[in-house]
Design a protein around this ligand. Sequence first.
Ligand code: SDX
Length: 376
Amino acid sequence: MSETSEIRKGLTGVVVDYTAISRVNPETNSLLYRGYPVPELAAHCSFEQVAYLLWHGELPTASELSDFQAAERARRALAPAVKAVIDLIPLTAHPMDVVRTAVSLIGASDPDAENSSRASNLDASLNLLAQLPAIVAYDQRRRRGQDLIPPRDDLDYSENFLYMAFGEVPAPAVVDAFRVSMVLYAEHSFNASTFTARVITSTLSDLYSAVTGAIGALKGPLHGGANEAVMHIFEEIGEAERAEEWLETALTEKRKIMGFGHRVYKSGDSRVPTMKASLDTLIEHYDRHDLLALYDTLETAMTERKRILPNLDYPSGPAYHLMGFDTAAFTPLFVASRITGWTAHIMEQLESNALIRPLSAYNGEDERHLTASSPA
Ligand code: SDX
């Protein structure tokens, strides 16, 4: 094979390995987690059940779920050292930098971090699943001049996350919309951040290094940072009546419209209908039909103008806004969910590892040599 015959920039369409964790199917516009259609899981399962499914390949029995919940609830409290380090990070830092730093510290503090056995990695994964809500919730509260709220072990994962962020458990409709978002964001095959985690894992580096790298990849606005960017676009447009004019200007300026398009799905992101239904519930609950008008107008204009459909970040951004989260906290919420998919892939990569090292085609200077006149 010649150096240039197979270049696939962005690895578009390149199949690099098998995975049994999820199936993203653009032909049927569907997504399976361990064989289960994600809309079914979003309708009937807790985030804890989905986390267990991704890690173990099967939904938990009642006793397995009870043990899993107890273990997760026992690890929710923010470690004092982690809080102390978060307090050292300036408020000008992006919340994704806080999450990245906190995860890195947790890894550096784990005496078993270099142990890549499945049992050790499962323990580390559960620890991060349990700790991330406290990290995300506390960072948002400290930016508002509010104190840390300790977790409650009488609440499920979603109720407790919202309680630690806002000091109360919101209405069941709001908790359920949050739960749905966590289920939908959990896993999506070899997306950029997951593949980053697999590349790092393929060198036999540790789980925390792989997760830290994945957080860095997810931060980008072409990937996880899009849900935050969607809200910035809504704030920039202001009201529905300005949406079409705004879009024309943006497209003329060759801007990417965040929340639209997808590398794999080309007839719409399979997760959008489920998240949009939850957004609709929140719109009714908070009586924010102005936001719905803006959402619909921009979607219609983008679909008609560019034939590019929304991805999950388009409904999730306004949904998190209505729940009361700061816009900059949206992608950390994505991390709190995707930690399940990332760690499932890390463990899968280790089961049949091969160092990930693609080729490159050289297009630099021809070979040349130093001469007496070469710069000293
Ligand atoms: C996530 O991979 C995953 O599964 C990711 C994810 C997950 O769960 O892990 O689903 C989460 O990251 C969703 C995507 C969130 N990102 C955004 O919303 C950012 C905006 N979207 C675009 O940047 C873009 O759609 C991508 C990056 C998502 C996908 O782009 P591709 O497949 O690389 O396609 P492309 O950028 O080459 O676009 C093809 C054409 C281009 O036009 P031309 O230059 O050929 O004229 O479509 C245009 C693009 O400019 N285009 C857009 C656009 N998306 C594509 N133009 C304006 N706005 C957009 N959003």
